[in-house]
Design a protein. Structure first.
Lengths: 441, 292, 296
């Protein structure tokens, strides 16, 4: 009986509630919607993708930097919005379509950045870089965020890829770190004979498999080959690239990777390595905390992990083992329409600078700015890798990062297909070349 | 009777609020989707009007048709599975002992979000560590299928969790419909000497036919625009082997920035849904007169 | 019906009573066996989720999914409660869900009643409009809707989420209600009209109570949809104070590293209220029937 009367009453209450909310909501919105809030404070909206839950170290560093900045600039208020990785990408696009980008936000380099620059959504940052961060970056990294000579992003991270391996498994089967590709293949064979998965790779998203392809292309065709392709100096339909793709399938035929890898995510494949079912894992330095400082990983596992540089291919044009495949991760942009552009630029530069000081020690992230290791207490693996970086002859930015979103997506699909043997190496190069050619028009 | 039940003010009061809401929140975006579909647009940067260019591309896009075929296939599987759910609901709605408990247990997976379901099924399907392949290997199968990476079976592998995910949804609807059948009708049939089976098939089924028809449309439309698990579990891959219309649209609009083309796919999806719904209504129209 | 009865009687006459009972017993045994197995399968995901929430990343991948966590990570729970801001998001989830469910069901009941029970020319057309509303893919609407909410100043306002939930669930809800309204005998409201009831009285006092079972059903369905939704919240809401549990889950998905155990714990926490609500509402599906038949 009660219920019958309750319904209309509930409806009425609900409607009133909605109106009330709409009322207060919009007035509140008006207040902080315009950037110049009350009391002459400047509000900078800042969006990043390091939630406390998944990236506590990064989150804490950023928070500390913000507090420092606010302390130094009492008239400035930084308003943050934090999203998970995929949600961040999706929301950025929706915000861009409504011209509602935050004043400062995170962007990826090259192919990701380009449409935003073409849409005049990001503002050039050269002036603020020259003023605050001149020569601060590792050479070549900043350039990934440049289009037509102007820099639209200030890089925060730099990742390079290595083959990480399980020293205990290697020792058990008397294996040495390979210097050449033939040695590497011998290792694969030995491991296979002993029922150990030689290497883990997850190709559901394509990019992890691309690491193998890119290194083979680098070693066979020389360090600049993929960059040349992007710049139109060479065709993807190049004998050396074809050879790299063929080698990928040879590796697949040799059972180098766990079965069914084209249906596995990177995290799932990583499980095989972390649980010592697989002996090697080609991945980037963002995994380092898992092998050094992370509290969630048992020390005995961390002690077993070492790394080596991708071996050299006999007769290949890439003869320097210190040529890496890697790339900048995220960088900061400042929105072109921002009403507090100058202040926003200043804050972004401050953040990049401070980030460089703190990120290695506090978060285990390799920053895009030069690091002075002398005064820092670091895990030996970091010291070694930072030294490698200084001695790097070349860092080829990941092909999918350099390519346009269209070609990058295609590349991911084709890599999964290549590893799954759904296409031949010839089809792989032909289809990519065709997509690149279409874009040139 | 007529006068009371055609009170215009009452009709307006009942219909307008909801109608207004969907007009703004669904139809405005719907019309805009059709409009963006005629643009060369990245989602930002200026739009360029290209008329039916996107649709022309769509018609010749074999990937689009492949994804459409997959979606339709999912629609067929979902529709067929309705019969199983109906059977389960009939058992649950009968007066067997423990039916109430069984019903509650059966519906629990429905409460799980797609994130959880995707995780669960990834663990089931994992090639070497998964539950399914461990089970198969325990039974002596040497090379168990690679459920999510073999392009020949990935589509069917992914259908299973999708269909399972919606089991609770349909069972609960059928269950409510069956419980809604008036006791008097059932009693009358029982007095006439009908067995439980006969009551179920000859009395109850025809009475819930309108509900069943509705669920066919829901299953079909829901399948045609299905997105969640495909996106999380396979991303449409490997190499588009499990691509469906909605995942293809998402890839174009959000991963490749072809928002114009993505909108055209979205609009085509709508048209295909309309066609299928119309077809289903035609096919089931013959029993329209089951009403009391 | 009489034909059926006759056939049934002739079956019974052929003297197979004893055999039939045996077959019946075995049949029931098999039925219960199947029901039992299904029940185990259906309850397993919940158990799995619980174990999942206590595992480390290393255990989540690699180890057999059946395996018990070696060293249960109870710490995942307090961790998500504070770091994942679950405490903050929890109430938002509850009241968005309740508000949208009530609004959807009230509006949908209105519309379905008007379409199935009242006489007016455009009813078929209006129904068509609602059904078409079922067919638009969600991601097509994101950019236009964001623009719309921006113009009416509802970005970062819970109302944008609640209204979207309501609008997108109205078509399904109406379609489910439709079949049930069609099954209500016309005599019921004819009696009401003869008694001199107004339309509103017929709707609120006679028809609506009759539909309690289906209202409970659609409430469950709507509740689950809204509770688990995250695309709208993620897009329209930017401040932490208005976000929901599903967004909380994403707080554990990192740029490179994802904390799966914490995701499990968040999912586990978030399933409890909806499980309770479901068990309560689920009883209504049956109860309503009794109330309805008394009325009828």
């Amino acid at each position: 009986m009660l219920k019958k009367k309750a319904l209309p009453i509930m409806l009425a209450v609900l409607l009133m509630m909605s109106f009330a909310l709409a009322g207060c909501g919009s007035s509140a919105n008006n207040a902080d919607g315009s950037n110049a809030a009350s009391g002459g404070q400047t509000v900078i909206k800042f969006m990043h993708l390091w939630p406390e839950g998944s990236s506590k170290a990064q989150y804490t560093i950023v928070n500390d930097i913000i507090q420092d900045y606010e302390k130094q600039h009492p008239d400035v208020k930084i308003q943050t919005e934090i999203l998970g990785n995929d949600q961040y990408r999706e929301k950025l696009k929706v915000l861009a379509s409504s011209n509602e980008l935050p004043d400062v936000g995170m962007t990826w380099s090259d192919g990701f950045l380009k449409p935003y620059v073409e849409g005049q959504l990001f503002t050039p940052l050269d002036d603020v870089i020259d003023a605050n961060l001149k020569d601060a970056f590792i050479p070549g990294v900043k350039e990934s965020y440049a289009i037509d000579g102007k820099t639209y992003g200030m890089p925060l991270e730099l990742n390079i890829s290595y083959i990480f391996y399980n020293k205990e498994i290697f020792k058990k089967y008397n294996l040495q770190v390979p210097k050449t590709y033939t040695e590497f293949k011998n290792i694969v064979n030995t491991l296979n004979q002993n029922g150990v998965i030689p290497a883990a790779v997850g190709n559901k998203e394509g990019w992890p498999g691309s690491f193998w392809f890119m290194y083979l292309a680098d070693r066979i065709g020389g360090p600049t080959i993929l960059t040349d392709v992007i710049q139109g100096k060479r065709s993807f339909n190049d004998p050396d690239i074809l050879k790299a793709a063929t080698e990928v399938q040879n590796l697949v035929d040799m059972n180098t990777f766990e079965k069914g890898n084209s249906g596995l995510s990177n995290d799932e494949a990583k499980g095989y390595f972390m649980n010592e079912q697989a002996a090697m894992f080609l991945t980037a330095t963002w995994e380092l905390p898992n092998y050094t400082t992370s509290k969630d990983v048992p020390q005995e596992f961390k002690d077993k992990i070492g790394y080596f540089k991708f071996p050299l291919y006999e007769g290949g044009k890439g003869t320097d083992i210190n040529s890496y495949v890697g790339g900048p991760g995220v960088g900061l942009f400042v929105a072109d329409h921002s009403q507090v552009k100058e202040q926003a630029k200043d804050f972004a530069a401050f953040l990049v600078k401070e980030w460089g000081n703190k990120s290695v020690t506090d978060a285990g992230v390799i920053p895009a700015t030069k690091v002075d290791t002398a005064d820092k207490k670091l895990d030996p693996m970091y010291v070694e890798i930072l030294k490698d970086l200084n001695g790097a002859s070349n860092v080829t930015t990941y092909f999918d990062t350099q390519a346009s979103p269209n070609v990058a997506e295609l590349h991911h699909d084709l890599i999964a297909a290549l590893f799954g043997k759904q296409i031949t190496p010839q089809q792989f190069v032909d289809q990519t070349a065709a997509a690149l050619a279409e874009e040139k028009q | 009777m007529k006068a009371v039940m055609s009170n215009r003010a009452a009709i307006a009061m009942y219909v307008l609020p909801a109608l207004l809401l969907i007009m703004i929140i669904i139809y405005v975006p719907l019309v805009l989707t059709g409009y963006y579909g005629m643009m060369d647009w990245k989602g930002f940067a200026p739009m360029k009007f290209i008329g039916f260019g996107n649709y022309n591309k769509l018609i010749h896009d074999s990937m689009f048709w492949k994804s459409t075929y997959h979606s339709v296939l999912l629609g067929i599987f979902s529709t067929l599975s309705l019969f199983i759910y109906l059977a389960v609901s009939m058992v649950l709605a009968s007066r067997i002992k423990g039916a109430n408990l069984f019903r509650k247990i059966y519906l629990i997976p429905m409460l799980l979000s797609s994130v959880a379901i995707a995780q669960l099924w990834s663990k089931i399907y994992d090639p070497a560590n998964g539950m399914l392949n461990n089970l198969l290997m325990a039974f002596g199968v040497e090379n168990p299928p690679l459920w999510l990476s073999d392009p020949n079976i990935v589509l069917y592998s992914i259908f299973v969790p999708i269909v399972w995910q919606y089991a609770g949804f349909y069972i609960i609807i059928y269950y409510a419909a069956l419980k809604n059948v008036s006791e008097e009708v059932v009693e009358a049939a029982t007095i006439d000497g009908a067995t439980a089976w006969q009551v179920a098939t000859r009395v109850k089924l025809p009475l819930i036919a309108p509900v069943f028809k509705v669920t066919i449309i829901l299953a079909l439309v829901g399948s045609l625009k299905y997105f969640d698990l495909i996106f999380v579990m396979t991303g449409g891959g490997p190499n588009h082997a499990s691509e469906v219309m909605a995942s293809y649209m998402y890839g174009e609009a959000f991963s490749k920035y072809n928002f114009g083309y993505g909108s055209a796919i979205g609009f085509a999806l709508l048209v295909i849904c309309l066609l299928m719904t119309w077809l289903i209504r035609k096919l089931t129209a013959s029993n329209e007169d089951v009403q009391y | 019906m009489s034909e059926l009865a006759a056939r049934k009687r002739s079956d019974a006459d052929s003297g197979t009573h004893v055999k039939a009972r045996w077959v019946g017993r075995i049949g029931f045994g098999i039925l219960y066996l199947i029901l039992g197995i299904l029940a185990v399968i259906q309850i397993y995901p919940l158990l799995w989720l619980f174990l999942f929430s206590l595992k480390t990343n290393q255990e989540v991948f690699g180890m057999s999914p059946f395996a018990l966590p070696q060293n249960p990570q109870w710490g995942n729970y307090p961790k998500v409660w504070s770091q994942g801001h679950i405490n903050l998001y929890f109430l938002n989830s509850v009241w968005y869900t309740v508000a949208a469910v009530v609004l959807t069901i009230v509006l949908a009941s209105f519309v379905t009643f008007a379409i199935t029970r009242m006489h007016w020319k455009l009813s078929k057309l209006v129904l068509g409009l609602f059904i078409i509303g079922l067919m638009i893919p969600l991601h097509s609407t994101l950019i236009p809707l964001f623009n719309f909410f921006k113009h009416v100043n509802l970005i970062d306002n819970p109302l944008s989420v609640i209204l979207s939930y309501t609008a997108f669930n109205l078509p399904v809800t109406i379609m489910i209600l439709l079949g049930f309204y069609q099954a209500i005998p016309r005599e019921i409201e004819e009696a009401g009209v003869i008694d001199g009831c107004s339309v509103h009285r017929i709707f609120f006092r006679i028809v609506l109570p009759l539909t309690t079972p289906v209202i409970a059903t659609t409430a469950i369905i709507n509740m689950i949809y809204n509770w688990n939704e995250f695309v709208f919240v993620n897009t329209f809401i930017s401040s932490d104070r208005w976000k929901t549990l599903t967004v909380g889950v994403n707080n554990f998905v990192g740029q490179y590293l994802t904390d799966w155990g914490a995701i499990g714990a968040t999912l586990m926490i978030s399933i409890i209220p909806i499980l309770v609500a479901f068990l309560l509402l689920s009883n209504r599906i049956v109860e309503g029937l009794a109330a309805g038949s008394v009325k009828g």
